[in-house]
Design a binder for this molecule. Sequence first.
Ligand SMILES: Nc1nc2c(ncn2[C@@H]2O[C@H](COP(=O)(O)OP(=O)(O)O)[C@@H](O)[C@H]2O)c(=O)[nH]1
Ligand SMILES: [Mg+2]
Length: 355
Amino acid sequence: MSTSSSRKGQPTVLLCIGMAGSGKTTFMQRLNAHLHSKKRPPYVINLDPAVLKLPFTPNIDIRDTVNYKEVMKQYNLGPNGGILTSLNLFTTKFDQVLDFVNKRAPTLDHIIVDTPGQIEIFTWSASGAIITDALAATYPSVVAYIIDTPRTTSPATFMSNMLYACSILYKTKLPFILVFNKTDVVSHEFAVQWMTDFEAFQLALQKDTSYMSNLMNSMCMVLEEFYNNLKVVGVSAVTGEGIDEFFVAVDEAVKEYEEIYKPELERLIQEKARKKEDEKHAQLDKLMKDLEVSDSSGQAMDELDNERNSDENDDDNDDIHNDGDYEQMQRHQEQLEDQSFNRWIKQVNQSADSV
Ligand SMILES: Nc1nc2c(ncn2[C@@H]2O[C@H](COP(=O)(O)OP(=O)(O)O)[C@@H](O)[C@H]2O)c(=O)[nH]1
Ligand SMILES: [Mg+2]
């Protein structure tokens, strides 16, 4: 089998995302065991602060940094708020996590990431987006969307799961593998058939007499395009069935990342940097204008008080546009930005340490 998806220094990130109970953590364990058996142990990151027991030993565990029960108490939150806030606090330190990963990257083929039980905490939070983008900006990254196959056998649940997957695909903009898990209980053949044969899904819908079936009828036409862009595998995280096929899909997804996602990502990063630079210049220009105004009002006062001659005033104005002064002011502005950023980071670290 092939697990050659990674090149030297460029391990592949596998982000396990899925509904609560779909089997993300068990699948992580399977991936870990499989890669260990190939003598290519992965780098393992756990982002679920609320998991009680992990069936694998992570290299980085969010639970070492934040205690989610303490976060709940301190901020007066319920379980979901506690998990989300813990993830937010952890994200403020994600640059340190990336440093660890970068150091180990040259010896790695895969980085596998487990996400919180409740899907929306990762997929609809700023922290989830920051973590995903940070990883995807550095390494080829693939989303493994885990589906609880036995719980997806009714057309309505299948359709809502596919719509959710679709929303994540468009949000992350990363190569996507649909992993139909628990095939030891129910085979994923029905799902593959529904995705490839429009009429088969229509037939299944006819058995469903609810008012929803009309809506789903139209929805499945919309989803046809979505299905065309997907890789589908059936696995059993418990027995290990289908894991080789999963890694073949990962190899294809990495190629897709290099050909489609990476150039797009680089374009977006450049655009962002350009926008930031433009904003900085606009702010500096505004600052310069403000200074000119305050300087000329100062000059007016000077004229009244001291009856200074106009030549001197012209010289003063020229001084402001002098390149040396402009650069000095820019340096000063940058120093101020750095200082306030450092202060902010210090505050965040302090609040994270106190929980
Ligand atoms: N039969 C079967 N059960 C599974 C499989 N994968 C996970 N499970 C079970 O599904 C439940 C939820 O799994 P877990 O990995 O904790 O899900 P998570 O919330 O997505 O991390 C557990 O009871 C697992 O034993 C599988 O492939 N087959
Ligand atoms: Mg889990």
